[in-house]
Design a protein around this ligand. Structure first.
Ligand SMILES: [Zn+2]
Length: 380
């Protein structure tokens, strides 16, 4: 029996007579096992994940016909109908809301306090029952909220769809980059198989990265609740990750099909798909702290010439880029060298080649936390 269903949720109108909708595709049934939730395009100008969704759906359609979906798999292939309609001239601006300037993957709802109040007298010794109680409470707290603004409504709806899942994958991409993954520190090393299957060069861990991105809205509540209720057993019950599928121009059927295969292997190993998962591929590099990422910044304006590519292992003092300003009067300032200050893996560089002072040119994952980074570890 085919279990696939397609639902359209209408978003509140932000302009007269123009309502956008969110498409949700479901396979299987949660009553039969675990739940996985996968979305793409929350940053609407990041296309690789959208193509991966196409390949995932082809694979899941086939498995569904064969009756091999165990548990429930929920896909939101185009997670941001607001951002994907934000064209200016010939360019799509899908990262931040035109209306408020807020990044679509920041400031997701943090319902920890409400859930904590709701469950505090009902937690018990049984871990499984605590997980069920917390998931029900999260759904209840979210159901009692009714954001009016279109983007807030969208964020609320996405979290409502994902909050009770065992696995949440939020598919993104960087500018020019290797595959890298963000997740909560308590999820490692359990999630090693995800990074290995996706061929991630870098896995970045933080207990709290600041500004509450979507994956953290789903996962961090578990360890925050465990901290608030130390006498009860509360596991990190949601393995949520932001998966950065290389750079924005890395869009091909070959890559997307490979990424979809990696996700399917992961879901099979996690008992959402019937069958035997292949042996876990070798993990390319162990996870490192998000606080250990060096943002290599431009000290001056000019044209950027990169001398290293994403994926390179660099040392402290490696020449990453030169900034060339042909109208700078002082010859020694006409060509400025930009060097790394830590050793690690260069996993992302900027896509355009203009520098201005303070602009991030490259990101390097180092093994040790960097002092003085402050509370917010993510870029804008
Ligand atoms: Zn993104």
């Amino acid at each position: 029996m085919i279990t696939k269903t397609i639902e359209d949720i209408e978003l509140p109108q932000s302009s007269m007579g123009n309502a956008r909708s969110l498409k949700i595709i479901r396979y299987g049934n949660k009553a039969n096992g675990k739940k996985a939730y996968i979305q793409a395009g929350l940053h609407a100008d990041e296309p690789p994940g959208l193509l991966v969704m196409h390949h995932l759906m082809k694979k899941l359609d086939r498995l569904d016909k064969e009756g091999r979906i165990e548990g429930e798999i929920v896909l939101v292939p185009v997670a941001n109908p607001v951002g994907i309609s934000q064209w200016r001239d010939t360019v799509l601006f899908g990262r931040a809301d035109f209306n408020t300037g807020v990044n679509f993957n920041r400031n997701h709802f943090d319902i920890t306090d409400q859930v904590s109040d709701d469950i505090k007298d009902r937690l018990g010794k049984n871990t499984v029952k605590n997980v069920t109680l917390i998931r029900k409470s999260m759904s209840g707290v979210l159901a009692a909220m009714s954001p009016e603004d279109e983007s807030a409504f969208l964020k609320h709806r996405l979290l409502s769809l994902a909050c009770d899942a065992d696995i949440v994958l939020d598919l993104h991409c960087d500018l020019m980059a290797s595959v890298h993954i963000y997740m909560g520190t308590p999820l490692w090393p359990d999630a090693t198989d995800l990074s290995a299957e996706m061929g991630a060069e870098v896995t970045l861990l933080a207990k709290e990265s600041g500004d509450n991105p979507f994956d953290e809205a789903c996962s961090r509540i578990w360890w925050d609740l465990a901290k608030k209720h130390p006498d009860f057993s509360i596991p990190a019950a949601c393995l949520a990750a932001t998966v950065e599928l290389r750079g924005a121009a890395d869009v091909s059927h070959e890559l997307a099909s490979k990424d979809a295969r990696g996700i399917m292997q992961f879901l099979t190993r996690r008992s959402l798909i019937e069958g035997q998962a292949a042996e876990i591929p070798a993990l390319l590099h162990d996870a490192t702290p998000l606080r250990g990422v060096e943002h290599v910044k431009a000290p001056a304006p000019g044209v950027v010439v990169f001398l290293e590519k994403p994926g390179a292992t660099v040392e402290s003092g490696t020449l990453i880029a030169e900034i060339v300003n042909p109208v700078e009067p002082l010859p020694e300032k006409r060509n400025i060298q930009v060097k790394s200050t830590i050793g690690g893996i260069l996993f992302s560089i900027n896509i355009d080649r203009y520098a201005r002072p303070g602009r991030i040119l490259a990101k390097i994952a180092g093994k040790k936390p960097i002092e003085g980074k402050g509370k917010n570890l993510l870029t804008l």
